[in-house]
Design a binder for this molecule. Structure first.
Ligand code: C2E
Ligand code: MG
Ligand code: MG
Length: 352
């Protein structure tokens, strides 16, 4: 029985233990209504039966309690989505950037933009939860737009320069279906004077194979000049067999595979096949979740340079921290030039 974090129980199907309580939560598809029931471990141990249905009085109490739980869970989710929407409109969702490095040279060649949000009580909400909430409540396009605009504001200079620096953003299946993604990207990039080739689009694996709409959207993104990358590769629907049908530029190998390096895990056996297939199909490989030198070394020396992302190279950080981290490396001179470089060096030296 998994031990759950207390936040996890109310908004997704889950079964597990929180402290000395056993929980089961059932959520209705296409809705944010969830029902949770729980009982203490002691009750289970002593009586060897579930709290529900002990007798009719207790049943009525539990029933009333469940109704209240449904009500509060609905209210909580509703107010959460309102808070999120407000935060997006007020630009209170912030963006951190995680470096992506060339494993041969150690140079930061890309970064991934990752959204962060604290609710109105100041609690950081897991991005996977608030991204899904924005998707389900129909305003994911507002979040994606905020990410794109923030990226262009923070890294416009580096992305306009002659350098080899690129930025990755995440989009959801809902963005691909919505029809607003392409015009929004076109307008934002044109206004910022940044070429589409400098902004890569990460799409989670599960969403890429589902429908022809998604495949058509991927084609449009590539035709417009964006690099399209399959995120969390190896965890979703696309097995190796799908790889050659996916018309994309890169795969991001999920961190579950990276974590298996140096262990006996079964997943490790698949890794050489993924790498060989990517090589055959001329796909760029990005490896997620690199935390140790040993994991980085596993991917070094490949014919086509592999890119790496993970805590070994840097956790997600503020834009200025990433720019200053990059400027400390001598070859960064290529990324900025002239006045921009002078200004940036001044900012970074005052930060040390
Ligand atoms: P992702 O796109 O696969 O992003 C990588 C996640 O792995 C990030 O989690 C990052 O902090 C984490 N990570 C990076 N290196 C390491 C490492 O070495 N070890 C470990 N254990 N973790 C590492 P994060 O920021 O919590 O984001 C979770 C997911 O939420 C993202 O997964 C992405 O699917 C989604 N997400 C985040 N920001 C956005 C956004 O702006 N838009 C959309 N649509 N989705 C987003
Ligand atoms: Mg990603
Ligand atoms: Mg990923």
């Amino acid at each position: 029985m998994p031990v759950l974090h207390s936040d996890a129980i109310l908004d997704r199907n889950a079964k597990g233990r929180v402290g000395n309580l056993l929980y089961a939560t059932l959520c209705m598809p296409q809705s944010d209504m969830c029902t949770s029931a729980f009982t203490s471990i002691q009750t289970v141990v002593k009586n060897n039966r579930v709290l529900l249905g002990l007798d009719s009085t207790l049943g009525a109490v539990v029933g009333a309690f469940l109704v209240l739980l449904i009500f509060f869970s609905h209210m909580r989710s509703h107010s959460m989505s309102q808070q999120l929407r407000r935060a997006i409109r007020r630009k209170e969702v912030s963006i951190l950037y995680q470096p992506i490095v060339d494993l041969e040279t150690g140079k930061t060649v890309r970064a991934e933009a990752l959204a962060r949000w604290k609710d109105e009580e100041g609690f950081a909400v897991n991005p996977e939860i608030f991204v899904r909430l924005a998707e389900e409540r129909g305003f994911i396009d507002e979040l994606t737009k905020l990410v794109v605009h923030t990226v262009l504001q923070d890294f416009g200079t580096a992305l306009r320069s002659e350098s080899n620096f690129h930025m990755n953003i995440n989009v959801t299946a809902t963005d691909l279906h919505g029809g607003q993604l392409m015009p929004m990207l076109r307008e934002a990039l044109t206004n910022a004077g940044v070429a589409p080739s400098r902004l890569a689009i990460e799409i989670t694996e599960g969403s890429t194979v589902k429908s022809s709409v998604e495949r058509a959207a991927i084609r449009q993104l590539r035709d417009a000049g964006h690099s399209v990358q399959i995120d969390d590769f190896g965890t979703g629907y696309s097995s190796l067999a799908y790889l050659k049908d996916l018309s994309v530029d890169a795969i991001k190998i999920d961190k579950a595979f990276t974590m298996a390096i140096g262990t006996e895990a079964v997943t490790l056996g698949i890794l050489p096949q993924i790498l060989a297939m990517a090589e055959t199909l001329h796909l760029q490989v990005v490896v997620e979740g690199i935390e140790t030198v040993e994991q980085a070394a596993y991917f070094a020396g490949k014919e086509r340079p592999v890119l790496g992302q993970g805590w070994l190279f840097g956790k997600p950080m503020a834009a200025d921290d990433l720019l200053c981290m990059m400027i400390r490396k001598p070859d960064y001179e290529e990324e900025l030039s002239g006045d921009d470089l002078v200004v940036r060096k001044e900012i970074c030296s005052s930060r040390n």
